[in-house]
Each structure stands twice: as C-alpha cells, then as structure tokens.
Design a protein around this ligand. Structure first.
Ligand SMILES: [Zn+2]
Length: 394
C-alpha cells in the first residue's frame, strides 16, 4: 500500500504510463504510415485526358519500370493502399508487365544531392519503427535480405499474379502468360547501393541467392565499392567495386549506374562488356541537376546496348508533367537512339510525383501527342528494358 503522502502521485504515474504507451504504440503503428504519407506524395495536377485509342494501345504494351523503393515501407504490396505510389492492384491498373523492386539499406540524415557522409542513417530508425526483425536493425546486408524475403513472400501469396523474375526464362514465361491474357506482373529484385555487401565480396552470393539481378553501386554516400554522385569524395570504383563489377557481368546481374559519381560511371562504361542501365533519373539537357546524365554518359550507356530510365519526380525532370518526362525521353532518343529510351519512376523513393503507377497511360498519351508510332511507344514504355533483361539475366 502506498503512503497517503504519495497517493496523489498515482494518477500522475498512471497518466504518464498511459501517455507513454500511447506514444510507443503510436511510434510503432501510426508513425511508419505517417512517415510514408509525408515522404511519398502524389500532388494534384492537370493531367492530359487519355483517349480511347491511347487506352487501347496502352493496354497492349509490355511496360517495364526499372526502379521503385516500395519494399522500404511498412505496407502489404498485394493490397491497394491510399498511400505511396504503387502496389500490385495499381501496377495492374497501369498494365505494368515488369517492376523492379529496389532495396534501400541506408540513407543519411539531411540527405541532399551535393555532399553526404556515411556517418548517419535514417533507415535504422525506420527498421525499428516498423518492427522489422532485430537482425535488420544493425546490418545493411540483413536489411536487403529482409526486403528480398518480403518480395518473395508477396509473390508466394499473390495467387500467381506477382511473379519473381530471376532468369531470362522467368521473364519469357511472364511475357508469354501476359500475351495469353493472364493477369501477371513480373518482379525483379535490385539493390540501391552495394554498401549492403558490408565491405565483403562473399556477401555478393547471399544477395544473388536472394534474387538480386540488378545493382546500383552507390546511393547517397561513397561506400566500399565506389564513389557516389552525392558523396564527399565522389571517386571512381574501388578494388572491391571492380571485383563485384566483373562478378555481376559473369553471373547476369544488371549493372546500374544511377547515383554513381561521374568518374565511377566513366569507369563502369569503359569496363562494360554487357548492357548497362541508368535505372532512374533524368538528363542534364532538360533538367540541370547533378544526379542527371550528361550527353556523353547517355552515349556511353547506348554504346553498351543499355537503357536510360527516366523518372517522374521533380529532381529528375524539373517539372511534374508528362511533357517534362517525354522531353527527357526525346533527348535520350536524340543522343542515344530510340533503343536507349526507358522508364524508371522512383516511385515510393521519398519522391513527390503527379501520378501514381495506375495512371501511367498519361505518358503513353504524351508520346502519341508527340507523333511517336505505336512500335516506338512499345520500345520506350518497356520493350527496350525487357530486351536488356533478356540479354543480361542468367
Ligand atoms: Zn535513387
């Protein structure tokens, strides 16, 4: 029994305990959703009307999107959500044949395009707030393996509608089944930054076995494999980076130059014996931001037989309109040829866009309005990317 002197304390203690529980429960339940809502926005915009003719063409396309960060968020990708930019129902509405799901394993505080150190990490808090398995809290490798497991589980629970693509045979079967009228979307696992190797080449096998078939060497900071466009040093490939590059080409993992520093991109393009991609971004000619590609880099990607995926967010194309996306696509075609143009949305990558994946027919409409033929649109919207995948995948 408490003494009369302390009795008045009890309601305060209970009150603060309740508040504490509310705060903790809020942190683990409301917070991940609120964080995502504030970071993956879709703003209202005046989008072009999609004509019946465009809709018919769009529904006949094999569309491929080379980059989304959906696996980072605490959501069931099989269920339609009111937040973020994609899930399976919305991919189906957009008639997407192949979606690349990327794993972000570390992201610096005050992330910016100019200079970031590797000393801080926002993802750590996110892994705890989302109640991810403790093995992922302190390990970048485990975070990516967890993302791969999430995708694998979604595919297993999807009644065959979401199918993992790890080989060219997997890809062919997704495309054949779609051509036969089945509602199937392919999912290819990639990583955004090889910091998840944790400096150890042997971890490449773990990621490969988990399904990694595309990899960007860096994200927002320099790591053990290469310099980032947004790092402090912005250097080229390291010895580990060169070893991993050779291993990727040997085993059929697509090299992605997105976020790499200009010297690292130059070296990768010189070394490449297989098609290389720039999975998501823009071009400096239409949007002068340091993460976007120079004309030389577009030519370099084209020379490998690879593709440049144009994103839909402001820092990639400077304006949230289908016209700005198609301006960048047209520039890629002018410099690198029609076979180099592709899509890389960066949906759910802490980006603000004007349409989610269910509405990507607005791009098809804009391409038609520019006078592009049906066959050209087929190539741009997915044909080119699927060609690269069929060529590089094991
Ligand atoms: Zn990115």
């Amino acid at each position: 029994m408490s003494s009369p002197k302390r009795r008045w304390l009890r309601p305060i203690l209970i009150g603060s305990l309740v508040l504490g529980v509310v705060a903790v429960v809020g942190f683990f339940t409301v917070a991940p959703g609120a964080v995502e809502r504030s970071m993956n926005k879709t703003v209202a915009a005046d989008l072009p009307e999609v004509s019946a003719q465009t809709r018919e063409l769009h529904d006949s396309l094999q569309i491929a999107d080379m980059h989304s960060d959906t696996l980072m968020w605490d959501r069931d990708i099989l269920k339609r959500s009111s937040r973020g930019h994609m899930d399976l129902p919305r991919l189906q509405d957009g008639n997407v044949a192949l979606q690349v799901f990327s794993s972000v394993s570390k992201s610096p505080k005050h992330q910016n395009y100019d200079s970031n150190s590797d000393q801080t990490d926002n993802i750590e808090l996110l892994t705890v707030a989302q109640l991810q398995p403790p093995r992922t809290w302190g390990s970048l490798l485990q975070r990516s393996l967890y993302h791969a497991e999430k995708l694998e589980k979604a595919a297993a629970d999807s009644d065959g509608q979401l199918r993992l693509v790890r080989t060219r045979a997997d890809l062919a079967s997704v495309l054949d089944d779609r051509a036969a009228g089945q509602n199937v979307t392919g999912a290819l696992f990639s990583v955004e930054g090889l910091q998840n190797l944790e400096g150890n080449a042997a971890n490449f096998d773990r990621l490969y076995d988990a399904g990694m078939r595309m990899a960007g060497f860096t994200h927002f900071f320099d790591n053990e494999t290469a310099g980032s466009m947004h790092g402090e040093e912005k250097g080229g490939l390291t010895d580990l980076g060169r070893t991993v590059f050779a291993e990727m080409e040997r085993r059929g993992v697509i090299v992605d130059i997105a976020h790499a520093s200009h010297p690292a991109i130059k070296e990768m393009l010189e070394r490449a014996t297989r098609p290389v991609v720039a999975s998501h971004g823009g071009v400096q000619a239409t949007c002068d931001v340091n993460r976007n590609l120079t004309d030389d880099e577009i030519r370099g990607v084209a020379a490998t037989g690879g593709v440049v995926g144009i994103g839909y967010w402001d820092a990639a194309v400077c304006e949230l309109t289908p016209a700005a996306v198609v301006d960048a696509i047209e520039h890629v075609i002018k410099v690198g040829g029609l076979e180099t143009a592709a899509l890389g949305s960066d949906y759910d990558g802490a980006t603000t866009v004007a349409w989610d994946t269910s509405e990507i027919a607005v791009i098809t409409q804009e391409l038609r309005d520019r006078g592009r033929s049906d066959d050209e649109i087929r190539a741009i919207m997915g044909g080119n990317t699927l060609r690269v995948m069929a060529e590089v995948l094991p």
